[in-house]
Design a protein around this ligand. Structure first.
Ligand SMILES: [Zn+2]
Length: 296
């Protein structure tokens, strides 16, 4: 077998937001990319059985819907786990929930959401190996997965380019823009760089299609359209944040941007606006005086 066999399972997380999980079967061994959420456990494990010989689990990023069946997969396959970073969020779910859901900051606006996030993850596993840009995984034959660092949605996010098929497997750099809450980012400038990197892979023909977690498979043209939609989303967040500054504090700016962009008041958006403000401050466009943000 020269080219890999691609196995797939998926669910619908919310209207217009699917969650897809893939396994890549090479001639020597197989690889699983992300482990989905606990309601997918039976489908994920049976996909592992179909692919057979799952040696590695590659984690795109440390969010609940990408690591939810880690324990079940480890126990079922004995696979080695590889990730790009944010290891405490994969290895300790109490830390994950405390830092991710920002309960103190977002207070009454996010009741029950921490429990909801916790409920889609089983139990943590240890990450065996940290992956870096350019690291290759070679499941046999012509099948080669190249690690591509794509900071943006998460700082440590990874995508994987399979060389023989040109399929780029991706987590959430292609954001679930249709979600009722802000899917969010940890760096806006890094996000633009990562989108540019993916655009170059598509334009050079090295990537021929994109299999992103929250989209059905995209050909190069469709992937370019998603890149442009994502760029325009990033621009809207920046512009609405700048507009909302006017001597306001973070909480007020967060609420204003959520309302302008018709998104739920929710911890992901709060963290994103806080990142956006810091970047605008670094760019010299705004400044903070005693917790209040001003222009110039
Ligand atoms: Zn995510």
């Amino acid at each position: 077998m020269n080219k890999p066999k691609i196995h797939h399972t998926g669910v619908v997380l919310m209207p217009d937001v699917p969650l897809h999980v893939y396994a890549i079967e090479g001639s020597h061994f197989s690889v699983l990319i992300d482990t989905g959420i606990t309601p997918m456990k039976n489908e994920i494990l049976s996909m592992c059985d179909k692919a057979g010989g799952i040696r590695y689990v590659l984690i795109t990023h440390a969010h609940a819907d990408h690591i939810g069946c880690n324990r079940a997969v480890r126990d079922h396959t004995g696979a080695t786990f590889l990730a790009g970073g944010a290891l405490p969020w994969i290895e300790d779910y109490e830390t994950h929930i405390r830092e991710f859901c920002l309960q103190e900051e977002t207070g009454d606006y996010t009741p029950g959401q921490a429990a909801e996030v916790r409920s889609i993850m089983d139990e943590p596993v240890r990450v065996d190996i940290t992956l870096r840009e350019g690291d290759l995984i070679r499941p046999g034959g012509e099948t080669v997965l190249e690690t591509i660092a794509v900071p943006g949605h998460k700082l440590e996010e990874l995508a994987f380019l399979e060389h023989s098929t040109g399929i780029l497997f991706m987590g959430d750099l292609f954001l679930a823009l249709k979600a009722p809450f802000f899917h969010g980012f940890q760096t806006a400038s890094g996000f633009h760089n990562s989108l540019h990197k993916i655009e170059n892979l598509l334009e050079s023909g090295r990537a021929k299609s994109v299999y992103a977690a929250h989209f059905n498979p995209l050909d190069a043209g469709q992937a370019m359209a998603v890149i442009n939609e994502t760029r325009s989303f990033l621009d809207q967040v920046r512009d609405h944040t700048l507009d909302a500054v006017n001597g306001n504090d973070l909480t007020t700016i967060w609420k204003t941007v959520c309302s302008k962009m018709h998104k739920d008041l929710e911890f992901r958006g709060y963290a994103m606006i806080s990142v956006q403000l810091a970047e605008l401050e670094n760019a010299g466009l705004i400044r903070n005086e005693g917790g209040l943000w001003q222009h110039g």
